[in-house]
Design a protein around this ligand. Structure first.
Ligand code: SF4
Length: 397
């Protein structure tokens, strides 16, 4: 059924990854794409386990008690992690597929069982203002608390953890892997990290101790309490602001826009670097007036220095009948964002587009030249434009 959906579209999944450069390496398709993570040098238990895992290990579910549940009457529990606030009867699972009521207690089933473990450039997360050219290890599990009709990773995100291939990776082992790979950061990305919150929190603690950066790419669908807490461990967050119309969010994304805006404001108040990604889907969220409104809101509420990435949509999953985003729409959106006062506006998914680069808002010089995810030139020195000395927001070392 899923393959039918893909094939009815203009491109298949393999072509999508080629075009967007967002090739994923979760186990459900690692063999298909030939992109299994590189092995660390040492022939140790991790290596053996990884080899076994690559052959495929389904059914990895590690029920772990979660503190983010409230006990209700008659054995019910309520999950306090995201705005959906699922109230679960005994044996019932939340909308995200990974949180469950077991004998009157709330558990996460997404702890230590990532379905994706992948090392690649930080630009792919995407973070354009975080140590350009460095490498990050990404992890993600099955499950998601939203249900985007344009989900790029639906065969991981919209599945139960027991139904996908996964690694057996407790936090210590993730760190061993990260150290062996020599990455600068650990990134909770590709799938939705909110739903594997407890796992992310424990990995992030170890990564911080090891002097690595913690990066989260999220849809921002999380309640303020848990968000505040996880931000203490994060260095940078990229939030997918998927549109600016409440009914688009309700019907196409499966959530309420107001909660995402609230999360963005909270992140901005903290000492955590913020970037935003906005995918433009023809006919659904590409109305230019609404894009302008969104850009004005970002400039006013979050500030003009927050980098904004406009991402190109490719037909897939439940929106396989729509065309890909025309480059002209992305151009117009970028222009509108600059007019609204935003200083760093990017375009993703259009090969060798001017919007891949970073320009100094003061002197106009190209301070970071990118080709895809490769840094060709970097003219940021001591957090400043090398030409005029203007401070450039971000984490540069
Ligand atoms: S995280 Fe999952 S279980 Fe918790 S409220 Fe959100 S959808 Fe429901």
């Amino acid at each position: 059924m899923k393959e039918e959906n893909i094939n009815r579209g203009k491109i298949n999944r393999r072509e999508l990854f080629k075009k967007t450069g967002s090739g994923l390496c979760f186990l459900g398709m690692a063999g298909l794409l030939g992109c299994a993570p590189e092995s660390p040098d040492s022939e140790d238990a991790l290596e053996k386990e990884k080899k076994q895992n690559q052959k495929g290990k389904k059914g990895l579910v590690n029920p772990t008690p979660s503190p983010w549940f409230t006990t209700l009457e008659k054995g019910q529990v309520r999950c306090e992690l995201c705005p959906k606030e699922c109230e679960l009867e005994e044996g019932e699972r939340g909308a995200c597929r990974v949180r469950e009521n077991r004998e009157g207690k709330g558990y996460t089933l997404a702890y230590g069982n990532p379905a994706l473990l992948q090392e690649d450039p930080v630009e792919r997360k995407p973070f354009f203002h975080v140590v350009p050219g460095s490498r990050a290890l990404s992890i993600s599990t099955a499950g998601c608390n939203l249900e985007c009709k344009f989900c790029e990773v639906w065969d991981m995100a919209l599945e139960n953890p027991e139904d996908v291939y996964a690694y057996n990776m407790p936090p210590e082992r993730v760190m061993q892997y990260a150290r062996d790979a020599g990455v600068r950061s650990v990134s909770y990305a590709f799938g939705e990290p909110v739903i594997f919150y407890e796992y992310m929190e424990d990995v992030a603690e170890l990564a911080k101790e090891a002097g690595m950066l913690n990066l989260m790419h999220t849809a921002g669908y999380i309640k303020p309490g848990p968000l505040q807490k996880i931000l203490d461990k994060m260095d940078a967050v990229n939030v997918d602001l998927k549109g600016f119309d409440p009914s688009f969010y309700r019907e196409v994304v499966g959530g309420e826009l107001e909660h995402v805006l609230e999360a963005l404001q909270l992140i901005r108040e903290k000492d955590v670097f913020l970037e935003i990604t906005n995918i433009l889907i023809p006919t659904l969220n590409d109305d230019m007036e609404q894009i302008k409104e969104m850009c004005r809101w970002i400039a006013q509420e979050l500030g003009p220095r927050v980098p904004l990435h406009f991402a190109r949509f490719y037909p897939l999953y439940r929106l396989s009948d729509l065309p890909r985003t025309p480059a002209s729409t992305l151009d117009k959106a970028r222009e509108a964002a600059f007019e609204a006062g935003l200083e760093y506006v990017y375009v993703a998914g259009v090969s060798e587009h001017e919007g891949e680069n970073t320009f100094c808002p003061q002197c106009g010089e190209k301070i970071i030249k990118r080709i895809g995810f490769v840094i060709e030139e970097l003219h940021v020195e001591n957090n400043r434009c090398a030409y005029c000395g203007r401070e450039i927001p971000g984490i540069w070392s």
